[in-house]
Each structure stands twice: as C-alpha cells, then as structure tokens.
Design a protein around this ligand. Structure first.
Ligand code: SF4
Ligand code: SF4
Length: 396
C-alpha cells in the first residue's frame, strides 16, 4: 500500500480508501459476515481511510461495530458526513452528529464532511444557522479533527465554495468518463493547491467496471490483458498527481484483493500516450452508449409511488450499450413488471421528490418518460397486465 501525506494534518493516508456506501447486502440488510471480512482484510492490507455517512443505511453502525470488535479504531481514519438534506435548523447539527458518534462507537471523527454541498446558496443557509461556530466548537473540543465537504454541483460554484471557508479537505466525483463533470479537473487542481482531495465514484458507481459496452471491454483487454476495466478506471485516477486518495466501494473480497495490488504500484506518471489513446477509444464508445448518467447511488429512493428509478435507468442504458433484448430482460426483472408490485416508470406522478435528492442533478422525470417510451411499448404493458391478472386469479 502506498500512502500520501495530508498536507493539512500530517496524516499518512492510504491511496485506496474503502467506500462504505455499498457494503454487501443480504435480503436488504447489510451482510455482516461479508462486511466484516471486507473491512478487516482492508485494514490488514494497509487501507486506513473508511468513508461512510448518515445517509448510507446501516453503514455507520456496521463500520463502528466492526472497528470496535477488533479494537482497530485507533489504527484508521473515519470519514463521515452531516446529512445536510435532512437539516431543519441549528439543533439538528448536534442531533445527527451525536448519533453518528454513537453509531461509530467513537468519541471523535477524523474527517467530517458537509454531505452533498451543491452550491454557495446551500452553504450560506448552513452559515445562517451557525454552522461555522458549531464547527469551531467541535474542532476545539477535538470531536472533529478535519473538516471538509463532498460536492455535487457546478464547477463555478465549487470554486466559490473553496474560497468561502478554510476547508481542510474535499471530496469530489472524478473518473475518466468525463473529466469536466461537476468540479472536474479544474476544481481538482484548484482544491489540491490547498488541501487533500478525496475522489468518489472513480468507477461511476461500478459502471466503468462491470457495465461497459462489450466493445470497450475488448479495447482494454487488447491493450493489456492483465488489467480489468476496473483497474484501468482506478489507474486513471491515481495517475493524477493532485489526487490524495480514491474511494472504492468494493463489495467482494476479490475486488479488494485486486485493488490492493494496484495500490502497491499505481501513481502519477504511470500512464503514457499509448494508454491515453486507449481511454479516448473507450470514451468514444461510452459516449455513444450511455444515455443517462445515473450512478445507482439510490439517493432518490424510495419513490412514494414505488418506481425503481436506478433500475429503470440501468436497464435503459443496457438497451443501448449491449442491446435492446438484454435491456428489456433487465427492465422486466428490475421493475418486477409482471408482478402485482410493479415498479415501472409509468407509475410516476411527477411529484419531483426524487429530483431534489439526485447528486448528479438528473432530470429524473424527463428521463423516466424516455425510459417509459422505449421500454414500455404497448405490447410490454399488455404482457405485464396479463401476467398480473393471471397471478391475481391464481392467488384467489
Ligand atoms: S417524480 Fe415520479 S419517480 Fe420521482 S419521486 Fe415522484 S413519483 Fe417517484
Ligand atoms: S437517479 Fe440520481 S439519485 Fe437516483 S440513483 Fe441515479 S444518480 Fe442516484
């Protein structure tokens, strides 16, 4: 494992951090046995940065329980986040923070983030509630060690936010699929002059690992058969000297082992013109096939009408990236179209709740309309309705 020095604290951080949003799950709940293996193998492999959040269901509690059980809390850095979208006023700062400490079985947070800042307007609202004084008090008492923010907005607003407060680190989305998306490369370089930058979504929610169009996988394989698409994605991020560490949401031990090996040798300057050409070719294919940039983060869920928003988008993208039949199979299963509890896009009543939570700022309602037009033609609706009627009769 390689480490980078956090210029603001002097902490020695592993270049690979464990993203705890996608801990393995079993029947909806976190699979504790698998998660324990993952966390402890990460620690053993030299990973010392663990990123969780109030908004990742069950994640803080699971992580805290494991670190406590194996007495390794002091060996690692915990990053967690204030759930900005849930705040209604100053009293909520302590309400969530105290519960986070309890869930994580700790008396302090090493890296504390304002979760999902999108612009200065939102930050100004927090300031009007006294967030700066609250942070100062928590830092003085040692309960927050480093203060930062995770970001999902435009580049210009990001640059303004950097100027507006003495942040000690930040977390941005960054990967080869679009280096100008959100804060982008300009934001990365500006932030890195003054603070460590943690990268989230280095594989775009796994899309750049297992969800590439077949042609793209072939391009990577032919260029270097020893590297998986995921390895290509992570190496691209580590190749940038401004990146402090990247967060990978590894759900399987095999992914962790692969990434640990990469983190032994990856670094700035490892990729040359030959590799740049490979990324350009893959990008060309990606841009042709991915229509909706959904990362599958689930922040928009649950939909009050039961629409499986990320599932609809994934199937729609598959229908372009791999083929209509493959996309349709995925659509029918992920929306349970033939069951009584269907979660198809035609249930959407355009209430708009989901759009206020989407960190990618997707126009979910408009996109769901597109999905409905492509994936729910009249004959599919007919099949779904017939199957539901048949199942209903059988049950009676
Ligand atoms: S706009 Fe549609 S998909 Fe979004 S939350 Fe409302 S009903 Fe659900
Ligand atoms: S639509 Fe937005 S919030 Fe919902 S899963 Fe996709 S990226 Fe996440």
């Amino acid at each position: 494992m390689q480490y980078r020095i956090d210029s603001r604290s002097g902490n020695k951080l592993s270049i690979l951090g464990l993203g705890c949003m996608r801990f393995p799950r079993l029947l909806g709940a976190i699979d504790m046995k698998k998660t324990e293996e993952l966390v402890m193998r990460s620690v053993e492999g030299g990973v010392n940065y663990f990123d969780t959040a109030w908004l990742y269901p069950g994640s803080e509690d699971a992580l805290g329980g494991i670190l406590d059980k194996y007495r390794v809390r002091e060996k690692v850095y915990i990053a967690t986040k204030l759930p900005v979208v849930m705040l209604r006023g100053r009293a909520d700062f302590d309400k969530y923070f105290d519960q986070e400490l309890a869930r994580l079985r700790t008396g302090y947070i090493d890296y504390y983030l304002m979760h999902m800042l999108t612009d200065t307007e939102l930050w100004n609202k927090l300031k009007s509630w006294g967030i700066e004084e609250w942070i100062a008090e928590k830092k003085k008492s040692g309960r927050i060690r480093q203060i930062g923010f995770s970001y999902h907005g435009s580049r210009d607003e990001f640059l303004k936010l950097l100027e507006d407060y003495d942040w000690e680190f930040c977390q941005i989305q960054y990967n080869y699929s679009d280096e100008n998306f959100q804060a982008g490369v300009t934001g990365l370089r500006a932030a890195a002059r003054n603070m460590p930058v943690m990268i989230m979504e280095p594989l775009l929610g796994g899309k750049l690992a297992g969800g590439l169009p077949p042609g793209a996988e072939r391009i990577f394989r032919e260029a270097n058969p020893a590297l998986s698409p995921a390895a290509w994605g992570l190496n691209w991020v580590w190749n940038q000297s401004e990146v402090t560490l990247l967060l990978s949401g590894m759900g399987e031990l095999s992914q962790l082992e692969e990434n640990l090996k990469l983190a032994d040798r990856a670094g700035p300057g490892m990729l040359g013109e030959a590799e740049a050409k490979v990324y350009r070719q893959v990008l060309e294919l990606l841009n042709r096939s991915y229509r909706i940039r959904c990362t599958g983060c689930n922040y928009c869920m649950p939909c009050p009408r039961g629409v499986n928003i990320p599932g609809c988008f994934a199937a729609y993208n598959t229908s372009y990236a791999i083929g209509y039949v493959a996309g349709m199979q995925q659509f029918i299963t992920s929306t349970a179209l033939t069951s009584e509890r269907s979660s198809s896009p035609s249930l959407c009543v355009k209430c708009g709740k989901c759009e206020t939570h989407c960190p990618q700022h997707l126009e979910i309602i408009r996109s769901l309309d597109e999905v409905r037009r492509r994936m729910e033609p009249f004959w599919i609706q007919g099949i779904g309705a017939a199957a539901r009627a048949f199942l209903g009769k059988k049950r009676r």
